[in-house]
Design a protein around this ligand. Structure first.
Ligand code: ZN
Length: 210
């Protein structure tokens, strides 16, 4: 991993964009829907990345990702505790997730597999307002597949940080995937996925379904 500090906890938010919740037939939650991934899920988005090819569809979810550099305490300003951001990929075994949801089981096998958390190049955190001025995008084989803007989030950064920080703890090295906009879909072996913020590429890699 090319992170500025070693990655610790990987927190993710489900259904944080209305149109994405709707495209999967899910209601928007009244409180943040938080799940985690093992640190072994983390992978720099470059070169070739292996993902599971024998467990049904693997969906891409493109998300704005925050890296915490300081411990979060109640009421802390995010400008002080968040050090970097990037665009990342929260990969999901969608058929497996549907099965887990039907059974009422935890999401680990659908969300926590190796390389299920891809990170672009980390950049200094410019603040939420600045991030909201620009879109983040995913291109697959050169064609735009997803475009999002954090102003469409159901729960904003401060709300997410206080919810997670007070319940589970947030400290240096912790990462927060802030949810995917609409447009998720299944990958094919050999797809080239390119992440960008404000039209500027932050990572590109080829997917190998193995
Ligand atoms: Zn996600």
């Amino acid at each position: 991993m090319n992170a500025p500090i070693p990655i610790r906890n990987l927190y993710c938010v489900g259904r944080n964009y209305r149109l994405h919740a709707a495209e999967l037939g899910n209601a928007v939650p009244e409180t943040p829907l938080i799940f985690t991934k093992p640190t072994h899920a983390a992978v720099s988005w470059e070169g070739e990345v292996a993902l599971p090819g024998t467990q049904g569809s693997v969906h891409y979810e493109t998300e704005l990702v925050l890296l915490f550099g300081q411990p979060y305490e109640r009421g802390a300003s995010l400008d002080r505790v968040v050090s970097h951001f990037t665009v990342g990929l929260d990969f999901t075994l969608r058929d497996e997730q549907e099965r887990l949801k039907a059974e009422g089981w935890p999401w680990l096998s659908a969300k926590g597999f190796r390389n299920s958390a891809g990170f672009g190049r980390w950049e200094a955190y410019p603040g939420e307002e600045e991030l909201a001025r620009r879109d983040f995008t995913l291109r697959i084989n050169g064609r735009e597949a997803q475009r999002g803007n954090i102003r469409d989030m159901v729960f904003g950064f401060a709300e997410l940080a206080s919810f997670i920080g007070e319940r589970y703890g947030l400290g240096p090295g912790d990462v927060l995937f802030t949810g995917t906009p609409a447009g998720v879909g299944a990958l094919r072996d050999g797809d080239e996925l390119t992440l960008a913020w404000d039209g500027r590429e932050v990572g590109s890699a080829k997917v190998r379904l193995v």
